[in-house]
Design a protein around this ligand. Structure first.
Ligand SMILES: Nc1nc2c(c(=O)[nH]1)N[C@H]1C(S)=C(S)[C@@H](COP(=O)(O)OP(=O)(O)OC[C@H]3O[C@@H](n4cnc5c(N)ncnc54)[C@H](O)[C@@H]3O)O[C@H]1N2
Ligand code: MOO
Length: 387
């Protein structure tokens, strides 16, 4: 049995080699860049107007109106002292523009423009290079692309990005009792649900599974199922069959498939019988079958590995501290990731902490970490991961 810290370190310390690929801009969300990016030109590339209004030459309250410039116009316009042109947001400002006045503060009659107030030099002009100058570093390698990053890359005219590949993931669920939702079931059977939590959590963080297989509690079937799954994935996530029961065949089947154990059993609740192993460059997590255990282990252990394999520098869910809404004592005898709800800045530990109970987890929004035997009073800070 290892501690939570030892288990996380074992995952973090794995030596891996990253693969790179080129992704179209509109498919690159959540990928980490595999090269540094510099600006190929100034952003903005030209001085432009921040408002719909008038470009002015000189600082006066009255101007001669001499024309119009719209966004996208490429004609070169030059103003003389005392002249103004109608201009629109994003349009290139004419040469010799001192300021732009927003139209709400003006009145125009025939060829004369009157301002309600004196303009100020540079007012409402977005300067060339105001965001980035040509050659300036934009992103370091490993930057994870979020929506504004995609906008920035697009504004630099980049349509294909060099990124680290994401791992291919396969899922296996085990158990004779499991029936696919929507299909008929008999006494003693239950609907399979863990794979939906796992594939949902994969999607939540920009991953997806390639194959999903359901295996019966049979040694040969488990061995064969694992062999097939390992043919087409970087990370295999197995649910169930990893405890000590007579029908728990996963661990032995992994050994027979040449997977080396890195750790088995973590001193925690839920998810004590968690297994992590490696075969060459492939990784296997066998998650305990209890629904809350498997999903908790996904968030705490599987996600950091998937992100590491995707070239992320910072992996795993961020831990935030919230004051607890009520007193609480962890009497589970193990450090615990508790189903919790953060409401109006306070964390509430929910009823229904059993590992088989998914309802409380579904209604909550966080995992609150409370150490073995820890006694908390109202207002004490609790480390939480938002899920
Ligand atoms: N003698 C012991 N028994 C158990 C121990 C132990 O230390 N000694 N540990 C318990 C703990 S803690 C956990 S967690 C579970 C883990 O067991 P397994 O990983 O072998 O999981 P299963 O036995 O296959 O299933 C456990 C439970 O979860 C349900 N399940 C499984 N898969 C799914 C699925 N895909 N969808 C929905 N529900 C699923 C299954 O029906 C069982 O109720 O072991 C304890 N026992
Ligand atoms: O380790 Mo288990 O997940 O408590 O039921």
């Amino acid at each position: 049995m290892v501690t939570i810290e030892e288990a996380l370190r074992s995952i973090q310390d794995q030596k891996i080699s990253l693969k790179s690929e080129s992704k179209p801009l509109n498919e690159a969300l959540g990928y980490a860049l595999s090269t540094n990016t510099t600006a190929p030109f100034d952003v903005p590339e030209f001085d432009n107007s921040a408002m719909d209004g008038y470009a002015l030459c000189g600082l006066y309250q009255e101007y001669r109106l001499v024309g119009e410039v719209a966004a996208g116009d490429s004609k070169e316009v030059s103003l003389q002292d005392g002249e103004a042109v109608r201009i629109f947001t994003g349009a290139k400002v004419p040469q010799n523009t001192t300021a732009v006045m927003m139209q709400e503060k003006t009145s125009a009659k025939d060829k004369t423009l009157l301002l309600d107030e004196m303009p100020k030099t540079g007012q409402n002009i977005r300067k060339k290079g105001g965001q980035l100058t040509e050659g300036q570093a934009v992103f370091e390698k490993r930057h994870v692309l979020n929506p504004p990053s995609l906008a920035l890359m697009g504004s630099l005219g980049l349509s294909q990005l060099d990124v680290f590949s994401k791992p291919q993931v396969n899922i296996i669920t085990t158990g004779n009792e499991l029936v696919k939702p929507g299909e008929p079931k008999t006494e003693g059977q239950i609907y399979e649900s863990n794979s939906y939590a796992i594939s949902g959590a994969l999607q939540q963080f920009g991953f997806q599974h390639h194959q999903k297989t359901q295996i019966q509690d049979d040694f040969e079937a488990t061995k064969a199922g694992i062999k097939t799954a390992l043919d087409s994935c970087d990370v295999l996530i197995i649910s169930g069959g990893i405890s000590v029961g007579d029908y728990d065949f996963v661990k032995q089947s992994l050994e027979e498939n040449g997977v080396n154990e890195l750790f088995y059993k973590v001193f925690q609740k839920p998810g004590k019988p968690l297994y992590f192993g490696r075969k060459g460059n492939q990784f296997v997590f066998a998650l305990p079958g209890n629904p809350a255990s498997s999903l908790t282990c996904f968030y705490v252990y599987v996600l950091p590995l998937l992100q590491k394999l995707s070239g992320y520098e910072n992996v795993g869910l961020t831990t935030y501290q919230f004051p607890i809404k009520h007193g609480y004592e962890n009497r589970f005898g193990r450090p615990s990731f508790l189903k919790a709800a953060i409401v109006e800045g306070k964390v509430e530990i929910l009823d229904g902490q059993g590992s088989s109970m998914i309802q409380s987890m579904a209604k909550g929004n966080a995992l609150a970490f409370v150490d073995d035997g820890e006694v908390l009073k109202e207002g004490d800070l609790v480390r939480c991961k938002l899920i």
